[in-house]
Write a new protein. Structure first.
Length: 200
């Protein structure tokens, strides 16, 4: 990842959501993007220029736009109409984004649009976050990486965040993933954890 004086940036054209520019690069704010927060907390986080990314929970394309500045292509799935409109605008300017208006709990509906991914990035505040990720494993290359941004409160508010986190890691491991690292995203995002896994 590219940083300028310790600030994470990406190299595309600016003006996507009013982001600041430094040295001609787009500032990637850790408070607005969990992937940026992950980089600030763990500098080994990287995106390679030849990577194909399947992105679940694209919203209005804030993080998608930065990811697209780094990688070869981003298949961006979003099911809410309003953010989808913004995502379409973002995708007009970045030809390596494929916007997909669909429900991530039903991957069979958009499977024909996808190619095998090097990275699956998931950021959906849903009860069954591990289950949604597992449904997409057939689209992840062997040795590919899943980055799951887990919102613990959406899974089960009766359980502690630590319990939800542990249960999720266990479910992912049972599905054939090796958890490489996991960390809480505080102080940038409360009650969110990043779980990074490799498909075996
Ligand atoms: C926290 S926001 C994502 C923010 C975005 N990743 C970013 O950093 O710019 C979660 C998004 O996931 C979408 N979402 C939730 N459940 C979904 C589902 N089943 N299928 C597709 N999108 C979903 C929501 O509509 C929302 O836009």
């Amino acid at each position: 990842m590219i940083s300028i004086d310790g600030t994470l940036v990406s190299a595309g054209e600016g003006g996507v959501y009013g982001e600041r520019m430094v040295g001609g690069h787009r500032v990637w704010d850790p408070y607005r993007s969990k992937l940026s927060a992950l980089w600030y907390l763990d500098k080994s986080t990287d995106l390679s220029s030849d990577a194909v990314v399947l992105y679940l929970g694209a919203a209005n394309g804030t993080t998608v736009s930065h990811v697209a500045d780094y990688v070869e292509s981003v298949y961006a799935v979003e099911f809410a109409p309003r953010p989808m409109q913004d995502l379409l605008m973002v995708a007009r300017k970045r030809k390596n984004i494929v916007p997909i208006f669909a429900d991530a709990t039903q991957p069979q509906r958009y499977a024909p649009l996808l190619e095998a991914a090097d990275i699956i990035y998931q950021d959906v505040a849903q009860p069954n976050q591990a289950g949604i990720a597992i449904k997409h494993l057939p689209f992840l290359k062997k040795g590919g990486v899943l980055i799951l941004m887990l919102k613990t409160r959406s899974v089960d508010i009766r359980k502690s965040p630590e319990e939800v986190f542990a249960d999720t890691c266990e479910e992912l491991s049972r599905a054939g993933l090796r958890v490489q690292k996991s960390l809480w995203l505080s102080p940038y995002h409360a009650d969110h954890a990043a779980i990074v896994c490799e498909r075996l």
